[in-house]
Design a protein around this ligand. Structure first.
Ligand SMILES: [Zn+2]
Length: 284
């Protein structure tokens, strides 16, 4: 299939009370792993890259990789810009062929966040590309920069004002999750999630899901989360596969050998999370 945009997939998920897994990739093997997992479970899937990952290997490499993976698949595959940190990067991704764009103005004032998100929507919607924005601050380490300790949650009333003002297609909200590795099990404000869902109808996005218990993720989905982002755990899975091979066979010199093991670990991980999201069998 050709790459598709995320809008209809997320609306279908909302209607069907499941979610689409959005998986961060760092290289070709991780792209292959995510696509193979989705194909095997007959699930739609979102493959995404952060600005840090793009800095490592350019938009064009990931576009070529994900486009190729999508072509080999019978399931819908989205290529999404995760945490787009400027209007300029969002436009570069759009021009290269990314089919879904996140603009993250959550660290700005509400006013600036609205203006930035609105501008990206105006640029993306004419070509049918959907836009995700973020309101409230997801804690922890995000991509290459620290957000600090502060973790103010999304205000339901602000969410309503924000979505009406920007016309974004989906909204990432802060209810207590954080990026990176958790030191304990985080307590999520599920009541707040339900309140936000009551106020706005666009699909809601959960960031920082690596390390959140599956049962909690399922609860979030039942309360209105339609896109679930996994990043850190894919890095851990890929590295684990490579460690294992190099530990067992330290003389290995062929990257194909250890990369294949990393790829397999990521594939197994992604398959397990597609089942948590209940999107298996949902590819049209
Ligand atoms: Zn995030």
């Amino acid at each position: 299939m050709s790459l598709v945009t995320s809008k209809q997939l997320l609306l279908d998920a909302q209607k069907g009370a499941y979610a689409i897994g959005a998986f961060n990739v760092e290289n070709m093997e991780m792209v292959q792993a995510v696509a193979e997992a989705a194909e095997e479970l007959h699930s739609p899937v979102i493959i995404q890259t952060t600005p840090g990952t793009i800095k490592y290997a350019y938009l064009e490499y990931f576009y070529a990789n994900v486009k190729t993976a999508a072509k080999k698949c019978s399931v819908p595959v989205v290529l999404h810009l995760d945490h787009g940190n400027s209007f300029a990067l969002a436009m570069r991704a759009l021009r290269v062929g990314y089919t879904s764009i996140m603009i993250d103005g959550s660290h700005e004032s509400m006013e600036t966040n609205i203006a930035l998100s609105k501008a990206v929507v105006a640029a993306c919607h004419p070509s049918g590309i959907s836009v995700e924005a973020e309101l409230g601050k997801v804690g922890g380490k995000e991509d290459d920069w620290e957000r600090g300790e502060e973790n103010p949650y999304t205000d339901p009333q602000d969410a309503k004002v924000f979505v009406e003002a920007t016309n974004v297609d989906s909204l990432a909200i802060a209810i207590g999750t954080a990026h990176g590795i958790y030191s304990g099990i985080p307590k999520l404000d599920l009541e707040r999630l339900s309140q936000i869902r009551k106020m706005i109808t666009v699909p809601l996005v959960l960031h920082g899901t690596s390390g959140i218990p599956d049962e909690t993720v399922k609860e979030c989905i039942s309360r209105g989360i339609c896109k679930v982002n996994y990043a850190t755990d894919l890095r851990i899975a890929f590295s684990k596969g490579i460690h294992e091979i190099l530990h067992k066979y330290p003389e290995t010199i062929d990257p194909k050998k250890y990369n294949a093991q990393g790829r397999e670990e990521v594939k197994q991980y992604v398959m397990s999370k597609i089942k948590v999201c209940k999107s298996d069998g949902k590819a049209k």
